[in-house]
Design a protein around this ligand. Structure first.
Ligand code: SER
Length: 324
């Protein structure tokens, strides 16, 4: 039987782009997108799923004879701090539902995204290794650290082939992030292209690990394509893209928009960022499944500005309609 994929959280920053890539790879009829609400103008098979409802996940899995699940729904780091217990409930309940439905239905492969948010005090800030001490200070980070261990548990106990990446901040022109600490690095490009002043919620020297969307999607697909015997990390793989601080991205943007204005107004998200790594050691991903990023800050800036200029020229100034 061929590959039949269910994507949960298909309307999100990563999900919306990953869905298109998986459709290109496996064919429109083999990729079922799902989220809490239908996406406007979505071209493909779509099911409404609230992933806190395991019966509903199971219904869709059975209906389409799904054999791979990508579970991308979660409440991110900054948003999660508004309602810690609700965030914990949603992030964990949806994961348990996916793991249980996958176990019961003998799903071949499951993808569960983790994050640099699993790190905190006690992990080295530079070149943080996979197996650094995990001491997250956000509820999102706690849910991802716990989730990684549950993923490994389902692998060890039931043989469920769950695979995971700790994403750095993801930067792409196709979609918008929501509720994260690294979101500034997407927003800043929109403001530059709209010729508006940018207010940065991090300090100018707050270096964080980031990755371009193309690299993040390629990493996901390469990990999911890798032979099972090569996957030695069953919690989650570190992957690196590049690392930079707000001042560096501003300097790069000013090469193209010399008058770009920025003010720094750090808020609680600076606290979150200060505990996250500045750079990541991804040696295991490199040796197990050949991971290597392609885009540096200069490449990212050029592509982001060019694509956003095209989008804003074509349409309205409303960012919400930018998703393809
Ligand atoms: N981009 C995420 C966030 O900022 C990190 O996984 O919450």
């Amino acid at each position: 039987m061929g590959t039949k994929i269910l994507i949960i959280g298909a309307n999100g920053q990563l999900g919306s782009v990953l869905t298109e890539e998986l459709k290109n790879k496996f064919g429109d009829e083999n990729v079922i997108a799902s989220d809490l609400k239908e996406r406007d103008n979505y071209n493909g098979i779509f099911e409404i799923i609230d992933a806190t409802d395991s019966n509903r996940i199971e219904e869709v899995v059975t209906k389409y004879e799904i054999n791979q699940i990508y579970h991308l729904a979660a409440i991110l780091s900054a948003k999660g701090e508004e309602t810690p217990l609700i965030t914990w409930d949603i992030n964990m309940k949806t994961l348990f539902n996916v793991l249980e439905v996958s176990r019961r239905n003998k799903i071949d492969r499951v993808f569960f995204p983790s994050s640099i948010a699993v790190f905190g005090e006690g992990a080295p800030l530079d070149n943080t290794p996979d197996d650094a001490y995990l001491n997250p200070a956000t509820v999102y980070g706690i849910s991802k650290a716990a989730g990684e261990n549950w993923a490994q548990y389902y692998f060890l106990r039931y043989g469920l082939d769950v695979r995971s990446i700790r994403y750095p901040g993801v930067i792409g022109y196709q979609s918008l992030p929501g509720g994260g600490t690294t979101d500034y690095a997407v927003d800043i490009y929109h403001k530059a292209v709209l010729k508006e002043e940018f207010s940065c919620f991090l300090k100018e020297d707050a270096t964080l690990p980031m990755i371009f969307m193309d690299d993040a999607i390629r990493a996901t697909i390469e990990l999911m394509d890798a032979p099972k015997k090569d996957i030695n990390v069953r919690t989650s793989y570190n992957i690196a893209g590049i690392s930079f601080a707000p001042a560096e991205i501003v300097a790069e943007i000013r090469k193209l928009y010399p008058d770009f204005k920025v003010k720094y107004e750090p808020d609680f998200r600076q606290e979150i960022a200060s505990r996250w790594p500045r750079s990541i050691d991804d040696a295991s991903a490199a040796s197990d499944w050949g991971w290597k990023p392609k885009f540096d800050l200069k490449d990212i800036t050029e592509v982001m500005i060019q694509k956003l200029q095209e989008k804003y020229k074509k349409g309205s100034r409303n960012k919400e309609i930018l998703m393809f």
